[in-house]
Design a protein around this ligand. Structure first.
Ligand code: FAD
Ligand code: EPU
Length: 337
């Protein structure tokens, strides 16, 4: 394990923000991860665990050790007539795992195609798209306690998954490093096509009985039509969560704004943050080298030389104007460092 000093993190987060790590290392085994955590503890450095950097906004240099997780491996650990359980190393790239599963005809991850990042980060915010969240295919995960270096196992209940939430963003924030995740996949697909746009794309292609690959391709097509490719424009996907509001507040807002999209949620009605931001006049706005994506107002972008502080300031301006116009407080989905 090699520890490098004063490394620019620009290539390591999809926002492409030029902040530095005082120390930086890559780990590809549990032993290396242990050594890195021990080294940081001895020197009393703060630690930042990094996967693909696709849900992070750097607003300052990291005055400690960045540990980039590169633990690999995809292994079937159990199988019955209908399902298989696949244990995957935290450093595997999420979309490559999805493609691997589709190639093997293992069903369950196809709606989650093209989400950037690593497998280890996927339970952090219970990633989701097009009607599926990882909690739907999750079996268990293994995580190293950053303090005791012991490995603990968590089932779905212990992870306390919610919408873009888990215990690892709340009570256990910065306590564990997730080292592997086991998914329960199906041998026969149970397609989740209730998201209207998927049906529309499949119909337009004349597909009546889709394969896993055709569903994945439809999802990829929809995503590419609105989400910017981080290789071309820096971004971290949705910057804010879609907020849930009480039903009576939704009804009142609907009187004034009949096109406000809303979906029933456990706390009332979940409304589309992208719509709120667009209506507040931000869609496509650019301030210097940062801005709001022209095709999806929920995505903040860095056109090249934007800073984390500028994106943070823009996000606060958006929050203030959405609150002014609709009385709704937007909450960031992205992790601020
Ligand atoms: P990072 O950004 O590296 O880390 C995110 C957080 O998790 C940080 O706090 C980090 O310290 C911590 N962390 C990372 N790995 C570990 C680990 N192994 N153990 C402990 N802590 C860890 N998300 C969705 O849910 N749905 C989408 O549809 C979606 N679309 C996106 C589209 C684009 C274009 C982009 C850029 C992002 C999108 N995202 C989406 C957000 C992002 O892809 C996910 O949150 C992804 O899971 C982040 O993975 P990562 O490896 O890049 O995590
Ligand atoms: N909308 C607008 N204007 C916009 C953007 C969206 O009016 O600029 C409206 C759309 O017309 C639609 C609604 O908002 O009625 C929802 O838009 P979309 O289908 O694009 O999805 P989203 O709610 O903006 C969420 C997730 C995405 C996920 C997609 C697909 C959150 C915070 N975001 O976006 O996840 O890929 O649904 O399931 O839940 C991410 O988390 O980073 C992410 C990209």
């Amino acid at each position: 394990m090699k520890i490098q000093e004063n490394i620019s993190l620009k290539p390591f987060t999809t926002f492409g923000i030029n902040k530095k790590a005082k120390f930086f290392t890559r780990v590809s085994t549990l032993a290396e991860l242990k050594s890195a955590l021990i080294a940081a503890k001895e020197k009393q450095f703060p630690v930042l665990i990094l996967g693909g950097g696709s849900n992070i906004l750097l607003t300052q240099d990291v005055e400690g050790l960045v540990i980039k997780l590169e633990i690999k491996g995809i292994q079937v650990v159990k199988e019955d007539e209908d399902h298989l359980w696949v244990e995957v190393g935290a450093g595997e790239v999420w979309h490559e795992l999805v493609m691997h599963c589709i190639a093997q005809n293992w069903a369950g991850l196809e709606n989650l195609s093209l989400i950037p990042g690593t497998v280890g980060a996927s339970p952090m915010q219970n990633i989701g798209a097009y009607g599926v969240e990882i909690k739907d295919v999750f079996s268990s995960l293994q995580a190293m306690d950053r303090d005791t270096l012991e490995i603990h196992s968590f089932d779905g209940e212990a992870c306390q998954f919610g919408y873009r939430e888990s215990i690892f963003k709340q009570a256990f924030k910065n306590k564990y490093v997730i080292t592997s995740v086991t998914f329960q996949l199906a041998k026969t697909p149970e397609f989740r096509l209730e998201y209207g746009v998927i049906q529309e794309v499949l119909q337009a292609k004349g597909v009546q009985h889709p394969s896993l690959r055709e569903v994945s391709e439809a999802v990829i097509q929809i995503r590419q039509s609105k989400l910017p490719d981080p290789k071309e424009i820096g971004n971290a996907g949705s910057f804010f969560k879609n907020p849930s509001i009480p039903s009576n507040q939704f009804e009142e807002l609907r009187v004034l704004h009949p096109t406000l999209p809303g979906y029933p949620s456990s706390e009332g009605v979940k409304v589309a943050a992208g719509w709120l931001i667009e209506q507040a006049g931000w869609k496509g706005k650019r301030i210097g080298d940062v801005g709001v994506h022209a095709k999806q107002a929920l995505v903040l972008v860095n056109y090249g030389e934007g800073t984390g502080e500028e994106i943070k300031k823009l996000s606060e301006q958006i929050q203030a104007s959405v609150f002014d116009k609709f009385g709704i407080q937007l909450q960031a989905e992205v992790n601020f460092i």
